[in-house]
Write a protein that binds this ligand. Sequence first.
Ligand code: KG4
Ligand code: ZN
Length: 354
Amino acid sequence: MRVLGIETSCDETGIALYSGGDGLLAHRLYSQITMHQAFGGVVPELASRDHVQKLVPLIRATLKDANLTLAAVDGIAYTAGPGLIGALLVGAMTGRTLAWALGRPAIGVHHMEAHLLAPMLDADPPAFPFLALLVSGGHTLLIQVEGLGAYRLLGESLDDAAGEAFDKTAKLLGLGYPGGPAVERLAASGRSDRFTFPRPMTDRPGLDFSFSGLKTYCANTVRSAPADTATKADIARAFSDAVVDTFVIKCRRAIRATGSQTLVVAGGVSSNQMLRAGLDAMGHALNVRVCYPSLNFCTDNGAMIAYAGYLRLAAGQREPLGFKVRARWPLVDAVLETDSCAPAACGTGMLLSA
Ligand code: KG4
Ligand code: ZN
């Protein structure tokens, strides 16, 4: 079974072709970053319009890379949420329409489910069940993953997501957008012993997070410290240390509470090398395997959507002809529905096996 994946939840147009037998056949990514940079963040309407322009050429190019035509596609997966509603609509409508024209099934994928499954694209994938720390621009979640569509929320951010905190810190330090990679680069040359930032919510029980206070602490430090590059690097380092320590403390707590043997860390922030080093050391000490997506699949991409859609289609999930996108969508609601509609009502014919 070959599934075409379409990701348009934010500022990246991602297309991929995943085969159940042969793995990832091709993937393409177009990032809108340079277009949004002038505004210091993503402008939703510009994002939607750019997806409209890029989608079809990218689908064509991805199929060409794989040396295949649309006739070889057995199913289509598109991101149905959470994300920017206009941007989601572009991908969903394109995917749904293509699937209808081809007589193939289409499936709406939960963006955060796709992130958490991304490490499974690797040669030595983690196996269910596992604990997952999802750290992206919009979400910070600790999830107990029992299987596909079987998710239990253990903890989440009560305010800013981790990636959002990186982006806001970058802004305070006068770095560009997106902030995460810029803060990581600057922090690498900073000193750990000059400023000490709080480790939010680690002094009380529970697995929830809060990052907005850290941003305020950072703003106050920036205001009261000199504005030279070395000081900025020290602030970036203090911020990164605080985020890494907080995640290490909470993940250790979650591992002890659940007895998990495997921790999956995914989403844009999981590409941060300081975070990886901190969590690897923790995993080593607790004898727990810590898995990440490969670096090109940490941030948004089409491969993770194609893969998540493949797993759901292969498990027998089918959806009716209409489609629905959601700006907000709790991951625990993304259950596997294998008899959600009768084949006739699906209107897309049978799924063809490769
Ligand atoms: O998963 P993602 O691509 O999009 C969402 O689903 O939100 O995550 C994007 C977020 C941004 O906030 C970006 O600043 C952050 O991930 N990010 C990083 C790094 N690379 C991306 N944060 C810290 N360190 C990085 N190296
Ligand atoms: Zn994402």
